[in-house]
Design a protein. Structure first.
Length: 319
């Protein structure tokens, strides 16, 4: 086996020249060009873990860390990460290690204390580790357990037309006696934005919730929150699309396919000079339908993560 190294932003990548079939189900890179050829295997150290999976079509790429159950990176090949990378995550090791990225929790959070025995940190299993498989070329699957909620968590990733498609299911396991309703809760933590946008029929409610910590305006179904850099806040409302944009107009949109539950926007406050705090960030959060599950039943949330460039319109919701 011959190994070399390339530098990928803050992530160091070791390139391993070995046949794909020798790697079994673990940590493969899938090159999703038009020919759909799997050409190389990459091993990356991300979030202090030695392996990650890279999906790319040659234009955009997603880096997934199975050991920590997160999408660590989504952006253009060679470009900036449109997801948040917490460079100060180690300062919170004694409480909850949050390196950023895209993750999944069980909704609602109010169920955690009853089912998991604690209101915080998140239930065991949400931060991995997850097993990894590639059911077919270009398709990555992560599987794990949330014991407190009696569900199996399954996340399926593919790249489609430059977007990262993610289907996440919570399946009630056989023998579980838990009857508490549950929903899939996807949280894309993103760099601190200049603006947060949403496509919503609930703009009036959202403005009322967000005007204390942002300049909130609506144009039809498009809600725009221009952030106040000295304030933090959150808002829960109905939305099909959430997005962020930076100073140059670029950003990322999270789009729900099909019906679902509430959406949520959370925005952190940038640290004051000399303050020992992690960098500021925001979260775009979507949920599935919430319902009680019998053994063998499931709830599912299907989303698309799409890059936005300056001048791109806010995407429409997906049926």
């Amino acid at each position: 086996m011959r190994a070399g190294c390339i530098q990928h932003g803050s992530m160091r990548i070791a390139q391993l020249n070995v046949p794909l079939h020798e790697c079994g189900l673990a940590f493969v890179t899938l090159l999703l060009a038009s020919s759909l050829v799997a050409g190389e295997i990459l091993e990356q150290t991300v979030f202090a873990y030695p392996q990650a999976v890279r999906l790319t079509d040659g234009v955009v790429e997603a880096v997934v860390v199975p050991a920590f159950a997160r999408v660590a990176r989504f952006g253009k090949v060679g470009g900036a990460n449109r997801l948040f990378e917490n460079t100060r995550a180690e300062r919170c090791l004694s409480a909850w290690y949050n390196p950023g990225g895209d993750r999944v929790w069980p909704w609602p959070q109010s169920s955690w204390k009853t089912l998991a025995g604690r209101a915080w940190p998140p239930p065991i299993g949400t931060d991995g580790p997850l097993t990894t498989s590639t059911p077919k070329l270009g398709h990555l699957r992560l599987v794990g357990m949330l014991p407190s909620h009696g569900v199996r968590m399954i996340r399926d990733f593919t790249l489609e037309n430059g977007a990262l498609r993610c289907g996440t299911r919570f399946e009630r396991v056989e023998g579980s006696l838990i009857t508490t309703p549950v929903a899939v809760w996807q949280i894309a933590q993103v760099p601190y934005p200049v603006r947060v946008l949403a496509r919503t029929a609930d703009a009036k409610t959202a403005i009322g919730l967000a005007e204390r910590w942002s300049q909130a305006t609506a144009d039809g179904e498009q809600l725009t929150l221009t952030l106040d850099p000295i304030r933090s806040g959150e808002a829960i409302f109905s939305a099909q699309v959430l997005a962020w944009r930076g100073a140059d107009g670029s950003g990322l949109a999270l789009i729900r396919r099909g019906s679902g539950g509430p959406a949520k926007v959370w925005v952190g406050r940038p640290p004051k000079p000399g303050e020992d705090a992690e960098p500021a960030s925001a979260e775009l959060e979507l949920t599935s339908v919430e319902r009680a599950l019998a053994p063998g039943e499931a709830v599912e949330l299907v989303t698309e993560m799409r890059l936005l460039e300056s001048g791109d319109p806010l995407p429409a919701g997906q049926p």
